[in-house]
Design a protein around this ligand. Structure first.
Ligand code: RNT
Ligand code: ZN
Length: 426
């Protein structure tokens, strides 16, 4: 599409929005201020750089064998740079502890900020802020599906030390950037079959977490989040860290709750939970994902639910209190393409929400005119938001429409196709 056409379409679309009382340039400015935390693990199928051959485990399964996955930190950084260059705005990177640069075997309880210096330097150079995650899977001490809630005190202690080490790394990352690092705790702990005690592991999990969080860390540097889940592969009957467990934990311990869109019953949605949990928690973290049947991690598409999440964030004026991260892994398509599609969709959903005449909808609701409320909501679905999105991409200096795909295909030809499937030993 020609620049001129994009601008003309934008002008016409803006006029339509202004008849609804929507200020398009204000929406665009607002969208530009939103940072999405891209998850490093889409780039290499949750592999990490520990050079271990353990299965990922923890109920995480990545399917597909699309060629060209990143095998080293440098390859992953190069892939990320490509992805960021195709997404409008300035975004963040969410790293897992298993992605450190270890130069030899370093067990999880021994990791330190020095193993992430390469990432910190790169992030500063790219003007990207980092978020962090302890890795409670793909490890021999997690092979039976339990970590912080393990019945063995020694194993619990090992994982407690991992958690303590990770918060320190998060604080060092936070000190190197303008905003705090959000360190998110997710553990796989749970049973495939019916437990005799549902309580005991929950007591252990709370006790382990309390020990990890015992040291006060400046929230300007590091913020702790805890992520709940309903069930996983191998933990179908019982997950220790359920929604109720972590909601109570987050409120009583003043932690962020992480809501992953794929971690609930298939008909249960997190969009409806935001206004509830934000009544009791100052800040939360989102893992925007797409559940499909038993999988919780498909690439984010522009679904009704993603739009509903965005609407809630905008209508409730929650953007300053909600950290937005992504969580999906698809190895059946180009991995850079997966990041670009997923992130652009979250931004698109936010733009659609920002282009809504919320005041008018609320007024109709107040007056009890539910017919007009429904009519206006439906009318909004065919408003020309695509023209505004295209213009936003143009002004942000990233490809418009599907043009980004040419860049990804070229990158695949020039870079990804030279990577063999076997991992590089570093
Ligand atoms: C797993 C959780 C968790 C992971 C990442 C890799 O069910 O969603 O967030 O996906 O830590
Ligand atoms: Zn998640």
């Amino acid at each position: 599409m020609q620049e001129k056409q994009i601008e003309q379409a934008y002008e016409l679309a803006s006029q339509r929005y202004s008849t609804l009382g929507v200020q398009v340039d204000a929406a665009i400015n607002k969208l530009a201020s939103v940072a999405i935390s891209l998850h490093c693990w889409q780039g290499d199928d949750v592999g990490g750089f520990e050079n271990i051959s353990d299965e990922i485990g923890g109920g995480l399964a990545v399917t597909g064998n699309y060629p060209g996955k990143a095998r080293t930190p440098d390859e992953l950084r190069s892939d990320l740079e490509k992805a960021y260059s195709l997404i409008p705005g300035r975004h963040r990177l969410n790293l897992h502890a298993s992605y450190g640069e270890f130069n030899g075997p370093v067990d999880r309880d021994q990791i330190g900020p020095e193993h992430f210096q390469g990432w910190i330097d790169w992030a500063r150079e790219q003007q990207i802020s980092l978020d962090f995650n302890p890795t409670y899977f793909a490890h021999e001490k997690a092979n039976d599906g339990f970590t912080l809630a393990h019945s063995d005190a020694g194993i619990r202690q090992f994982w407690v030390e991992h958690g303590i080490a990770c918060r320190k790394i998060g604080a060092v990352m936070g000190a190197a950037q303008e905003t705090a690092c959000v360190t998110n705790f997710w553990v796989p702990d749970g049973y495939k079959d019916t437990p005799a005690s549902r309580l005991r592991p929950r007591q252990w999990l709370a006790e382990s977490l309390d020990t990890i969080f015992a040291e006060n860390i400046d929230p300007q540097l590091n913020l702790d989040a805890v992520e709940c889940k309903l069930f996983g592969l191998g933990s179908e009957s019982y997950v220790v860290g359920s929604h109720e467990f972590y909601l109570g934990y987050a409120i009583t311990r003043k932690k962020l709750l992480c809501l992953d869109a794929g971690h609930f019953h298939p008909t249960e949605v997190i969009s409806d939970k935001l206004s509830s949990v934000l009544m009791y928690l100052p800040e939360i973290l989102l893992h925007v994902s797409r559940g499909v049947r038993w999988d919780s991690d498909h690439v984010v598409t522009l679904t009704d639910e993603v739009q509903a999440i965005a609407q809630e964030l905008v209508r409730g004026d929650f953007l300053g209190r909600v950290h937005i991260g992504l969580d999906f892994f698809d190895a059946s398509i180009n991995r850079v393409g997966a990041w670009v599609i997923g992130t652009r969709n979250v931004l698109k959903a936010l733009l659609i929400a920002m282009l809504e005449p919320t005041g008018q909808l609320m007024q109709l609701e107040k007056e009890g005119d539910f017919t007009a409320r429904l009519a206006l909501m439906e009318e909004l679905k065919s408003m020309p938001f695509g023209a505004i999105w295209d213009y936003y991409c143009l002004k942000a200096g990233v490809p418009v429409g599907m043009d980004w795909l040419n860049d990804v295909k070229q990158y695949e030809k020039d870079v990804l196709s030279f990577r063999s499937d076997s991992p590089v030993i570093i």
